[in-house]
Design a protein around this ligand. Structure first.
Ligand SMILES: Nc1ncnc2c1ncn2[C@@H]1O[C@H](COP(=O)(O)OP(=O)(O)OP(=O)(O)O)[C@@H](O)[C@H]1O
Length: 802
């Protein structure tokens, strides 16, 4: 391997780090920041080094690479920790982790005493968590100036600005690029960038020498379309006219085991084409990528605090992002980057840097962390951020936290808030769990939280492919028309009643992937087993590869045997007689990856995946939800004072109930996400400050009454601003549960909540659509009467407003 540019500056780097608590390091993409800095510091005796990454896939892949370079087993001296998966041990000295995981660790140990060095890598991404960590590091180095070093690293960060933020800390600019990348621009912006990306990829495939292709698209839908078109086109090429090609999608909704497939080397005489979102933009080295195609766009989530609405917009990338994308080529040999936009556009119209996530996200979760850290004299509205979020965003977060009882009226964190902060969930779901415990329905609430946190949600369909799947799903439970949370719960309960039978999922329209997934897991287990019985295999990479390839072809050839394997494999591992002989999995989410030849095994399995067909995303949804549920249950048991009554599930009972307690708990958890139906139609108005007119998303399972009317009040999981604003994942709640929340809304003072005391102007808490006087909770005893009364008051209030 060629010497990486950063290695030549080792002495200078170490000297600067030794003399300063905070150092900013700027080096070209591929110069070795992510993989080498940690090793250098480790060599120089720093005891434990944390390296944060904004993205999970990067944390895993860089840890894997460093473990390989040091010749150690992943999870031992070098490990990684991402949400719901921790692959570290007591021996771990270099730990790659997502910035969110480090923030969470700081809750248990605010001084992060476990680490002697903290590296915030890829700081240019300006992820919400990295920005908050920067603010915290500034405080932390004061407290631990004698024994903590902080490094902020990036290829494309404004070093001077960061240096200024950290009181003029030194900035080291590491010159040098490992391999050159030739940048080619289009003459004009294409009318259809999907077709242009397709044409460019095929052109490269047919005309250019070997080397893999990485294409940056905006989102899952476009990726799926392009993958399918590429597959068709490659299949129709004359045999022997060019090398073979395998095409991989890569986006955040793919399960981790399918994401890492892209790192497996392709078979001989075969080109990989990877179609990715910006998940592949930073820190990733896919060995063999020589050509990058950059569409110039990214899909970005944007939160509007005044409407509390998310929109997902396709926007032009920044120059920083374009340069990061180009940097994915030329990492292991010279490369080319095809930009599907003219050079003039890049220079004149692209923003220099990406808008920080902190300025386009809901901040409730982050503010809760800050509150729970118990930092002295902290006024959230004046917290020292590199780029401050809008005061409106911070106020929105404080109000939400107050409404769900995470902070009191003076802004102090409550005991409920503390527990919520320990759960790796968004505040609304954490609060629902806390309340569900009081109402005796924690078992059900855990399932709902797990189903909603599983990114590859089964319902409602998000991508085109998922929409196609909606038909078979109609056989699934309907949530009794009470809403989507209940439907998700019922689906999981139904699955539980089949003893988590994968075949049941198959019967609901997910068969191919399910069998393939189980079949691959099964074969992994079998190969693991053969390595126990033939230990020589474990130590010989080449022999193992050869052996694995041989068995691949034998397995495929021996169709009969394979069918039997598949049959066995549709059972859960715990029920499977063969699997019971085998060692337990070390990793919590992935199928077992226990031996040093993991990569060969994954390689082998990806060959098999290619032979067998599409991906099992729906199954991942369910099996992953099950795993997440188990982990959440463990965390809850740990933070509860007394043992919790959490069952694996309750067979049958819930099908006779109206889920009243669960809906009550949801109402408390989603107190900031409530909507009231308009009087004469099925549109809703969100409750709180500046109500919005919104609709129930058409995919919802919420049903109307005999008059065709939806329930008067619902909670919603999120608001999406498409041309018409929709509530996604809604659940019916009752007015008498809503009233105490409205009363709370009337009393809050946001400046007190911020922790800054009363030295600000009194805040007007106006709720446009509701009476401002306190509503007596007792008045709600009779539902009908109170509804009539409320309707009357709403009418009068509206009239008065006119
Ligand atoms: N998985 C891998 N396979 C092959 N080579 C790799 C791998 N990971 C890293 N490398 C090599 O190490 C070099 C440095 O990678 P590293 O991720 O440390 O760079 P970096 O400076 O952090 O880049 P970036 O700013 O793009 O994240 C790469 O350019 C590549 O040559």
């Amino acid at each position: 391997m060629a010497t990486l540019p950063i290695v030549q500056y080792e002495e200078k780097i170490i000297e600067t780090v030794e003399n300063n608590s905070i150092v900013v390091i700027i080096g070209e993409t591929g110069s070795g920041k992510s993989t080498q800095l940690s090793q250098m510091l480790h060599r120089r005796g720093y005891s434990k080094i944390a390296v944060t990454q904004p993205r999970r896939v990067a944390a895993v892949s860089v840890a894997r690479r460093v473990a390989q370079e040091l010749g150690v087993q992943l999870g031992e001296e070098v490990g990684y920790a991402i949400r719901f998966e921790d692959r570290t041990s007591r021996n771990t000295r270099i730990k790659y982790l997502t910035d969110g995981v480090l923030l969470r660790e700081s809750l248990a140990d605010p001084e992060l005493n476990d680490y002697s060095v903290i590296i915030l890598d890829e700081a240019h991404e300006r992820s919400l968590n990295t920005d908050i960590l920067m603010g915290l590091m500034k405080r932390l180095v004061k407290l631990r100036s004698s024994n903590l070093k902080v490094l902020i690293t990036s290829a494309t960060l404004d070093g001077d600005k960061v240096s200024k933020f950290f009181r003029d800390c030194p900035v080291l600019n590491i010159p040098g690029k490992l391999f050159p990348v030739e940048v080619l621009y289009s003459k004009e912006r294409p009318v259809n960038y999907l077709d242009t990306a397709l044409k460019t990829a095929l052109d490269i495939h047919v005309r250019q020498p070997e080397g893999d292709i990485l294409i940056f698209m905006t989102g899952q839908d476009d990726i799926e379309k392009l993958v399918s078109k590429l597959e068709d086109e490659v299949r129709s090429l004359d045999e022997g006219s060019c090398m073979d090609a395998i095409i991989f999608p890569l986006h955040g909704s793919l399960p981790p085991e399918l994401q890492v497939r892209v790192f497996n080397p392709p078979p001989p005489n075969c080109r990989r084409i990877i179609v990715a979102t910006n998940i592949a933009e930073t820190s990733l080295t896919v060995d063999g990528v020589v050509y990058v195609i950059d569409s110039g766009y990214v899909k970005q989530r944007q939160y509007n605090p005044s409407s509390r609405m998310y929109s997902l917009e396709v926007v032009q990338i920044s120059k920083v992002q374009a340069n990061q994308r180009a940097g994915r080529a030329g990492r292991t040999r010279p490369g080319k980057c095809y930009r599907l936009y003219p050079s003039q556009l890049y220079h004149d119209e692209f923003l220099d840097v990406t808008v920080p996530e902190i300025q386009r996200s809901s901040l409730a979760g982050s503010v809760l962390y800050l509150k729970s850290l118990d930092l002295p004299d902290i006024d959230i509205l004046k917290f020292d951020f590199l780029d401050s979020p809008s005061s409106e965003s911070l106020q929105d977060a404080l109000k939400q936290l107050y409404l769900i009882d995470a902070i009191d009226e003076n802004g102090a964190i409550t005991s409920i808030g503390r527990k919520m902060a320990e759960l790796p969930l968004e505040p609304s779901l954490s609060r629902t769990l806390m309340e569900a415990n009081n109402y005796g329905c924690i078992t059900e609430a855990l399932t709902v939280a797990a189903m909603l946190s599983t990114e590859t949600a089964l319902l409602p369909g998000q991508s085109k492919t998922e929409k196609k799947r909606k038909r078979p799903l109609s056989n699934l439970p309907d949530g009794f028309g009470l809403g989507d949370h209940i439907q998700l719960l019922q689906i999981y309960e139904r699955w539980y009643q089949t003893d988590y039978d994968i075949g049941w999922c198959k019967d609901h329209g997910l068969q191919v992937g399910i069998i393939m997934y189980s079949g691959i897991s099964m074969i992994k287990w079998l190969v693991s087993a053969s390595c126990i019985f033939f230990p020589k295999l474990r130590h010989s990479g080449h022999t193992a590869t050869y052996y694995l390839q041989l068995t691949t072809y034998c397995s495929v050839g021996a169709g009969g045997l394979f069918v039997i394997l598949l049959q066995i494999s549709t059972q859960e591992p715990k029920n499977n007689p063969v699997l019971n002989f085998l060692p337990p999995s070390k990793s919590k989410v992935l199928p077992p990856a226990t031996y040093p030849y993991d990569d060969h095994l994954n390689h082998y399995c990806s060959h098999l995946a290619l032979l067998l067909g599409p991906e099992p995303s729906g199954v991942r949804g369910m099996t992953f939800a099950r795993d997440v549920r188990k982990q959440l249950s463990q965390i809850l048991q740990k933070i509860a004072k007394e043992p919790l009554d959490i069952k694996e599930n309750r067979k049958g009972e819930e099908f006779r109930r109206d889920y009243r307690n669960l809906r009550k708990a949801l109402c408390v958890g989603y107190a900031n996400q409530l909507a009231e139906r308009k009087m004469h139609h099925n549109g809703y108005r969100t409750l709180g400050f500046r109500g919005q007119i919104v609709q129930v998303h058409p995919s919802s399972s919420l049903s109307s009454d005999e008059l065709g009317k939806f329930p008067d009040y619902v909670v919603y999981h999120e608001l999406i601003a498409t041309p018409r604003p929709f509530m996604r994942n809604v659940c019916s709640v009752e007015m008498k549960w809503v009233i105490p929340i409205i009363n709370k809304l009337n009393t809050l003072n946001v400046y007190k909540l911020s922790g800054g005391g009363m030295d600000h102007v009194e805040e007007e808490s106006g709720i446009p659509d509701l009476p401002k006087k306190n509503v007596e909770v007792s008045a709600a005893a009779d539902d009908n009467e109170s509804r009539i009364q409320a309707a009357r008051e709403r009418f009068l209030a509206r009239k008065a407003n006119k």
